[in-house]
Design a protein around this ligand. Structure first.
Ligand code: SF4
Ligand code: SF4
Length: 429
């Protein structure tokens, strides 16, 4: 690696598939280095002098913080535009956090849920179907919660490490490969839904050669979609906004529209904020192990919410007490791993989101408002408000998931579910 390249700024390799730097716009301010080092825990956390290629987990936080828009995502939306013009079958899925972020760019209050406008805009752009990634999140809960129950029963591969954040999965591979076996084998909600769209929906409806696109607040998804054939492109919220402006679409005036077939519960929606995956998983595990409806304390699971660097909780379900840790930003992972290694702490579940706050502060999000804790809190409160007001607040209440198991998957963790929804091998190879 060129020494000069990493003195003031993060080094970015030419073949990085998620982010690139426009040299003309960089004034060497050092902001990218600061966030990568302190909150993401990558810069300066490996032997940079010896490394031939810079390590990057693709989180995109450097692109979010760069004041000069020098670091930017590798853009894919033009390929999608082209495919629409060619009349291809384009199917979009919209990630939970995206709907709470796009509005920032069009003058809505921070954290406003603008999902109807997003779906309406995609229809105007010529997209054939628009689905809700929260469906993929509900499906993840069915698979991952049952994986957890089985690991607890057999007392193996604990703590279970969540696997829906691709930057975190990459981080484990780079810095703690000995913990790779602890990662859940579940694909992320985006990949799970992509797999079901292609292997179930398109087959059932005779849709030929679909192109599945995920609208995400994340740059690392661009890397994740290269790992399987489930999703063709991941485009960030920023790319989507740029596309809307290029098309001269008046987002505020667009007629709101609803999702097509696949929709999720609000358990799937709160995946977009730190602690949300765990909260949703506990709601399901409680129901599965007791046969009862989720109690209020897990519908408002305060201990796992908020922006603290590390959140810990203990949960008693029947006779088993579960220890949980939520890590907010990969920069805080080493201190928890150290505690585990020294046997100073024990956890059954560890949720990690590489970006501080989770996907609501994802590296592909809007830059128009500063990514302050106040704004992150506004977004996550908006998400929790949506959850509180929803009729269906548990993944196990999603009837279309039950139908999917009946028609295709048989039961969670079945061999067909494993074939379509899990990655058994190393997640980054
Ligand atoms: S994408 Fe993330 S890991 Fe890569 S250089 Fe930027 S901040 Fe660091
Ligand atoms: S944050 Fe942007 S402008 Fe500042 S050093 Fe990094 S790339 Fe250059």
């Amino acid at each position: 690696m060129n020494k000069l390249e990493y003195i003031n700024r993060v080094p970015i390799s030419k073949d990085n598939i998620c982010i690139q730097r426009d040299e003309k716009k960089c004034n060497n301010c050092g902001a990218c280095k600061g966030i990568c080092k302190s909150r993401i825990g990558v810069y300066d956390n490996y032997d940079m002098k010896k490394s031939k290629t810079p390590i990057c987990i693709y989180c995109g936080q450097c692109s979010l913080i760069c004041p000069n828009k020098s670091i930017h995502e590798v853009e894919d939306y033009k390929k999608v535009k082209k495919a629409i013009l060619k009349g291809r079958n384009i199917i979009f899925q919209v990630a939970p956090a995206s709907r709470f972020l796009v509005g920032d760019e069009f003058g809505y209050p921070v954290g406003k849920n603008v999902i109807g406008k997003i779906v309406g805009t995609l229809r105007k752009m010529g997209v054939k179907y628009v689905f809700d990634t929260a469906y993929g999140a509900d499906l993840t809960i069915f698979e991952e919660a049952n994986e957890l129950i089985s690991r607890l029963k057999n007392n193996e591969k604990l703590p279970l490490l969540t696997s829906c954040c691709p930057a975190w999965v990459k981080y484990v591979s780079e810095f703690y490969p000995e913990y790779k076996r602890n990662l859940s084998s579940c694909k992320s909600p985006v990949l799970m839904l992509g797999s079901i769209i292609k292997n179930y929906f398109c087959k059932k409806n005779n849709i030929d050669k679909p192109i599945v696109v995920a609208l995400v607040p994340c740059t690392a998804k661009k890397y994740e979609v290269t790992l399987t054939n489930d999703v063709n492109y991941a485009i960030t919220v920023r790319e989507f906004v740029k596309w809307i402006r290029e098309e001269k679409i008046n987002f505020r005036k667009i007629q709101a529209s609803k999702f097509d077939y696949f929709t999720g519960t609000s358990s799937g929606i709160i995946f977009g904020t730190s602690g949300g995956v765990t909260e949703s998983m506990i709601r399901y595990v409680y129901h599965k192990l007791t046969g009862r409806n989720t109690p209020k304390k897990f519908l408002e699971f305060e201990e796992v919410r908020g922006l603290n660097d590390v959140k810990e909780a203990k949960v008693k379900i029947k006779d088993r007490e579960l220890s949980i840790a939520i890590i907010n930003g990969t920069g805080d992972v080493p201190k928890i791993i150290e505690k585990i290694s020294k046997k100073e702490a024990y956890y059954d579940i560890i949720e990690v989101m590489a970006c501080d706050g989770g996907c609501i502060a994802g590296g592909g999000g809007p830059k128009v408002n500063k990514i302050t804790n106040i704004n992150k809190t506004k977004r996550s409160l908006s998400m929790y408000r949506f959850d509180r007001n929803s009729r269906l607040r548990n993944s196990y209440e999603n009837k279309k998931i039950k139908k999917l198991y009946k028609e295709l998957l048989i039961e969670p963790n079945s061999s067909v579910a494993h074939e379509l929804l899990h990655i058994e091998e190393d997640k980054d190879e």
